[in-house]
Design a protein around this ligand. Structure first.
Ligand code: NAD
Length: 412
């Protein structure tokens, strides 16, 4: 199934509940603009390699468009289109004044040297600088991009347009970044795990947790949850699944990855299983925080978790989502679960525009407030309409975007 089909399916399910007219569905679901660019980059050995870059701007009825940049070999227009649409619904769910966008380059950043990565990034900005900006479309990090990449983007964009750090978020803290941005998505996943588990009557100490992916989202979610007394029994990355039924020492793994280019490879203080085994473990809470499309009809029978919190974007395909709902598995959807990142990106943008800096405490407090309010709203909506948390979240998001679209006027 294509990523866009999955996103559109979830949109339409909620639109059905809202009895949204067909013309309004078409208006809300169609991206405003899709840009595909050639990105030519000189490699260290002197040859020129050519990559394809994308930026999809989905909707701006609630504010400037916002969304990450992904560097990954699987990046294509369909994936970016689906992720841009998810950003529209995500920013609406947490009610921050943004629309949705997404971008990326089909490249494996691990195969490039640091200087090649910088040249590639600057070449990409040369192609898209006139369609991004602090009041139009504000990129941010996603899979395969770091705060250093954000710094290069800002620097290259400012060569054309002058000083304005609000053009991009996820910057290093010492370069107009926000304290707490790096941990924000994982922390948001952690905050909502605590809230959801409490609602469902679980105690953290009895909630065995498995987390797929130990990158930005997975590692910070693991840290937050182990500090909140959840036994994190398994974490995985490309190198394998690291498992201890009594609970892993997450900080010890953190330290190992810091000295090992972010990878858990070679970590020895636990059992090591094939990476894919993580999804099949007997746990209460499963957090896919790596790739999209990892839980599908093909492996649904092997999933034993009672609760799934989508740290990654689009990890569950619709056929599996239906089956999980029928089995009573509670799924907290990506458009709420991983919205902590874009929320703190918004705080970063606000600080940049005010030339003012918030303390880490303030960032964390405001994040907690925004995520908790959105969670309560969706929880109540799901109870009231007897729908899944995903459908409830989409219903709230669609209503907000629809309202903004109507208020702006429909005489095109
Ligand atoms: P990242 O590049 O920092 O980390 C990805 C991790 O997944 C790495 O540990 C990698 O080894 C692991 N991984 C890749 N393939 C795997 C596999 N087959 N099995 C197990 N592990 C595998 O990326 P990230 O920023 O943490 O993003 C992860 C997901 O979260 C993506 O879907 C992204 O769109 C989503 N997301 C990220 C943010 C953010 O602020 N970074 C915000 C919202 C959503």
């Amino acid at each position: 199934m294509k990523a866009t089909e999955a996103t559109d399916h979830y949109f339409n399910k909620a639109a059905d509940r809202l009895a949204l007219p067909v013309w309004m569905r078409k208006l809300l679901i169609t991206p405003k603009r899709e840009v595909t660019v050639q990105v030519a980059c000189q490699m260290d050995d002197g040859r020129v390699d050519t990559f394809i870059g994308f930026r999809v701007q989905h909707d701006n009825s609630r504010g400037p468009m916002k969304g990450g940049l992904r560097y990954h070999p699987a990046v294509d227009l369909d994936e970016v289109r689906s992720l841009a649409s998810l950003m529209t619904w995500k920013t609406a769910v947490v009610d921050i004044p943004y629309g949705g966008a997404k971008g990326g380059i089909g490249v494996d950043p691990r195969q490039l040297s640091r200087r090649e990565l910088e040249r590639l990034t600057r070449a990409f900005v040369d192609e898209i600088h006139d369609i991004i900006g602090p009041d139009t479309d504000i990129p941010a990090p996603d899979m395969g991009t770091t705060h250093e990449v954000m710094s290069w983007i800002r620097n290259q964009w400012e060569k054309y347009h002058g000083f304005n750090p609000a053009v991009i978020t996820g910057k290093p803290v010492e370069e107009y970044g926000a304290k707490g941005r790096e941990e924000a998505t994982g922390r948001g996943v952690g905050i909502l795990s605590v809230k959801l588990l409490k609602r469902l009557g679980f105690k953290p100490e009895t909630c065995r947790t498995a987390i797929q992916g130990f990158g930005n989202v997975g590692s910070h979610a693991a840290k937050f949850l182990s500090e909140a007394a959840f036994p994190v029994v398994a974490v995985s990355d490309l190198s394998g699944c690291y498992y201890n039924p009594k609970g892993l020492d997450v900080l010890d793994i953190f330290r190992h990855t810091l000295n090992n280019k972010g990878s858990m490879a070679g970590y020895k203080n636990c059992e090591v299983l094939p990476a894919d085994d993580l999804l099949k473990l007997e746990v209460e809470l499963l957090i896919p925080a790596a790739l999209g499309g990892v839980i599908t009809a093909a492996n649904i029978e092997q999933i034993q978790a009672k609760i799934i919190i989508e740290g990654a974007n689009g990890p569950i395909f619709p056929d599996a989502d239906e089956a999980l709902f029928e089995r009573g598995v509670v799924v907290l959807p990506d458009i709420l679960a991983n919205a902590g990142g874009v929320t703190v990106s918004y705080f970063e943008w606000v600080q940049n525009r005010q030339h003012y800096r918030w303390s880490l405490d303030r960032v964390r407090q405001e994040l907690d407030h925004t995520m908790s309010e959105a969670f309560e709203h969706i929880w109540q909506q799901s109870l009231h309409h007897q729908v899944s948390l995903r459908t409830a979240a989409f219903m709230i998001a669609i209503q907000r975007v629809r309202r903004a679209t109507e208020l702006a006027g429909l005489a095109f």
